[in-house]
Design a protein around this ligand. Structure first.
Ligand code: ADP
Ligand code: ASP
Ligand code: MG
Length: 814
């Protein structure tokens, strides 16, 4: 014989029930016991209607009506008209009893646990009966058997304890005499010695099936549900979760105890002793092999087999100087909880014995607090022990695996993964069996925690990066386009799954938790909500995704002030905006420190030389122990263009005008021509070389007349250039006469930085610098005479975007 159990979703409606029939029919001549749950959602409806009735709320009738409609509707769809009346009359009579029970509760305004069990048992009783009649009408040799006649329990209503001796005898007697191929049994329900209905706890139909399977010592117990087996994590929360095809009893038990709802925890106990394997299968994908739970079936030495979590946990901590060295405190503490029927999910005790901390269900928090404070009243009054501390709204996440004990470093990996993602750990426990490492975290972090742990332990190959992009002008839009084009390559080759979750410009912002469609971001953004920097940050924080990166493509000062908010939440920052790194030294330092403290990279490669790997190279030099002696660089693409184009056949005015029109300069060309942009860049290089410097410390030998610099409109500026044309020509001729070219050079040496126009002689590294290229020479202890040279396109939206891209990839490899 085989025992099959079909859960609530599997029998939620006639369409699904037909699938169940097909599976049972497929067994052919093999005898089976088929245990079913109530139609999906009916148990909740029954509990709901009885609660309303006991609160004397007339609305209970509406819920009852809904329950009636579900069952009558199923009969009408499943059973041929000629057979319907007998089934309808039996079900209607049951529903009448149910109605009377609810009326009683309504009238006296009370719901005892005993009455609650009686009411809720109708869910399974009705579903099993209707399905058995449907099976018969389809020609199966089926009968209905009321499980209450087989499974005997105590009267701990709501979660009754099974009397296995009596139960096994009843099962053996019944199945011995049974002649039918298929026996349909209601799950979850049982009866007490005195014949009252009891239930086995929420999710208890699995247990019913296991009890019968063990009593009859069958070959296999099949649990048919709505997912294809036991997964590496709850597939509803972790999309990448995979089915674990083989798992040991102990692992499965541990996972289910820690929240893998797919199997009701007590289910394993009865079958474990008899070594009956459990198959978890999907009613909606019957060919899928699912999961096999069996003895020693723990996956060929694999360590972590699954990650599960228990919601709605509270931590109860008892501490105080009076606890040290006094025997019996823990005993009294646990006794107090046990006497109140409070089950302890997790325990940690500091080795100093100064405190004990346990995790219990949120529902028990009040009861536990009161009981413990009463039990230790004397010690608390004499200040030996502090009043118990209760922290609510927590979740336990647990890594589970039989072989975890023989591997070092798993807990380190677990905690560093959580830490990197700013998941604060409130308590830690590792079972003595080392089959489980648990951490207590805040409830709102659970999705992020599960996904990042899953990534670490099961998808070591693929890492997801979640980007939040602010600014989609020239650079930002190129950047989005590059991501769109490279998405597949990144995934296949670099094992990075890069998604853009949020985009904002100065007008609108748009978010999509599954990633904004990058072929249509423009339209989506224009239809998005009103932009707001604070609201953008709040949303990033609320979404609470792992590996989040804030990308600033603006040149906005306000935006650059928001970086600490991101970093403090372990959200990395990538920026081409130079303001933050070139503002006050204290702020630059603070950002660096926050990045370190919160384990969130702060990268700004594009601040100097666009996409050229200048800052990254400098970082590597310093990290490997080298020291910078001197930096010489041409860092302004705009100025380079201007001086490469300017000669005695054109006017300086026309060249600058052209540079502005072609987008080589900022809209306000004085930012480039005054040298301020270059000052910022050399300042950043000096700081990255380890020097404390501010912009005021940099010498700027301006080549523009003061009058030009002081103009306050573009028009006035260009007018003044015309006026001083003779000066510019003179500069050119002097240089040309000396066989030199004019270059705007930045220099840093012995702690001092300066910028200014220089005559560069033929043969110098800077002489042949084309177009808007940049060049940097690093003279260091390792490169004292022949500098390390980085040269290439140092301006333009495309190269800047690819520099940002490179920073994102650095984070991916972090
Ligand atoms: P049934 O009604 O068939 O008994 P349940 O809802 O009780 O089904 O259990 C199946 C559900 O368990 C799945 O839909 C899934 O959401 C949840 N679940 C939680 N953790 C896991 C896990 N590790 N593997 C598979 N399913 C899980
Ligand atoms: N119907 C019950 C519940 O929803 C038992 C079960 O489905 O396993 O809890
Ligand atoms: Mg279940």
């Amino acid at each position: 014989m085989k025992v099959l159990k079909f859960g609530g979703t599997s029998v939620a409606n006639p369409e699904n029930i037909r699938k169940v029939k097909a599976i049972v029919q497929n067994l052919g001549n093999q005898k089976s016991a088929v245990v079913v749950s109530a139609f999906g959602g009916v148990t909740d409806l029954l509990l709901n209607t009885s609660k309303l009735a006991s609160e004397q709320n007339q609305d209970y009738k509406k819920t009852l009506q809904e329950i009636e409609n579900r069952h009558i509707g199923a009969i009408k769809e499943l059973i041929p008209v000629q057979n319907q009346s007998a089934v309808l009359s039996k079900v209607k009579s049951d529903l009448n009893v149910l109605e009377t029970l609810l009326e009683g509760s309504f009238l006296i305004g009370e719901l005892t646990p005993k009455l609650s069990d009686k009411i809720v048992s109708y869910g399974e009783l009705l579903s099993a009966y209707i399905i058995s009649e449907f099976f018969k009408s389809e020609g199966l040799d089926a009968i209905f058997k009321d499980s209450r006649e087989l499974i005997i329990t105590d009267d701990n209503y709501g979660k009754a304890n099974v009397d296995f001796k009596k139960t096994n005898t009843h099962c053996n007697t019944f199945f011995k005499s049974n002649q039918h191929d298929v026996v349909l049994l209601p799950g979850f329900v049982a009866s007490s010695d005195s014949g009252d209905s009891t239930t086995l706890g929420r999710g208890g139909s699995d247990y019913t099936a296991a009890i019968i399977a063990a009593a009859e010592n069958v070959d296999i117990l099949e649990i048919w549900t709505d997912v294809s087996g036991m997964y590496t994590a709850n597939p509803k929360l972790v999309k990448q979760a995979k089915c674990v095809s083989n798992i040991s009893y102990e692992e499965a038990m541990e996972l289910s105890h820690f929240g893998a709802k797919v199997l009701y925890p007590p289910t394993i106990q009865p079958v474990l002793g008899k070594e009956i394997p459990i198959a978890i299968k999907n009613t909606f994908d019957p060919e899928n092999p699912g999961t096999l739970i069996a003895k020693n079936n723990n996956g060929n030495g694999k360590t972590v087999r699954g990650i599960s979590h228990v919601d709605d946990i509270c931590l109860l901590s008892l501490e105080g100087p009076g606890m040290i060295g006094i025997p019996g405190i823990s005993k009294r503490f646990f006794e107090t909880l046990s006497l109140k029927n409070i089950s302890v999910v997790l325990i940690t005790q500091a080795s100093s014995e100064h405190s004990i901390c346990v995790g219990i269900s949120d529902d028990d928090a009040q009861k536990a607090e009161k009981a413990v404070n009463e039990a230790f009243e004397y010690e608390m009054a004499t200040k030996k022990i502090k009043p118990v501390i209760v922290e609510k709204d927590l979740t336990i996440v647990a890594l589970v695996g039989d072989n975890m004990k023989s591997h070092q470093g798993l807990s380190g990996k677990m905690f560093s993964t959580l830490g990197k993602n700013n998941v604060n750990i409130r308590a830690i426990a590792q079972g003595a069996s080392e089959r489980n490492i648990s951490a207590v975290i805040r409830k709102e972090d659970v999705k992020k925690a599960l996904n990042s742990l899953h990534e670490t332990f099961f998808e070591e190959n693929i890492k997801q990066l979640n980007l939040f992009v602010m600014g989609v002008g020239n650079v930002g839009s190129k950047f989005l386009e590059q991501i769109r084009q490279q998405k597949k390559y990144l995934k296949d080759e670099l094992k990075l799954n890069v998604r853009v979750i949020g985009i904002s410009n100065s007008r609108n912002m748009v978010f999509n938790e599954n990633g904004v469609a990058l072929n249509d971001w423009n339209t989506l953004l224009s239809q998005g909500e009103k932009a707001d920097k604070q609201a953008f940050f709040d949303r990033v924080k609320l979404l609470n995704f792992r590996n989040s990166v804030f990308v600033d493509n603006t040149a906005n000062e306000e935006v650059s002030k928001s970086y600490p908010d991101y970093l403090r939440n372990s959200i990395s920052v990538v920026t081409c905006n130079k303001i933050a790194c070139s503002s006050d030294y204290a702020y630059y330092k603070e950002l660096k420190q926050l990045a370190k403290k919160y384990n969130a990279p702060f990268l700004f490669e594009t601040n100097v030389g666009a996409g050229l790997p200048i800052i990254d190279t400098l970082k590597h030099l310093i990290a490997s122990g080298d020291k910078v002696k001197k930096i010489q660089a041409v860092l302004s693409g705009s100025l380079n263009f201007v001086f490469n184009t300017f000669n005695d056949a054109v006017t300086f005015h026309d060249v600058v005008k052209e540079a502005q029109e072609q987008g080589y300069t900022e809209p306000d060309p004085t930012i480039d021509l005054s040298g301020i942009d270059v000052m910022r860049k050399i300042l950043i290089l000096a700081r990255e070389s380890g020097h404390e410097l501010n912009i005021e410390d940099i010498e700027n030998e301006a080549f523009l007349p003061k009058e030009s610099l002081d103009t306050n409109s573009n028009e006035a500026f260009f007018e003044s250039l015309k006026k001083y044309e003779a000066n510019f020509q003179k500069m050119y001729k002097e240089a040309a006469g000396a066989n030199s070219k004019l270059k705007y050079v930045a220099q840093f040496e012995e702690g001092k930085a300066k910028v200014g126009l220089q005559k560069i002689p033929k043969g110098h590294d800077f002489y042949n610098l084309e177009g808007s290229d940049n060049i940097v020479l690093f003279f260091t202890e390792r490169y004292p005479n022949q500098p390390l040279i980085i040269k290439g396109a140092g301006a333009g939206a495309d190269v800047t975007a690819s520099g940002i891209f490179a920073d994102i990839i650095r984070i991916g490899n972090y």
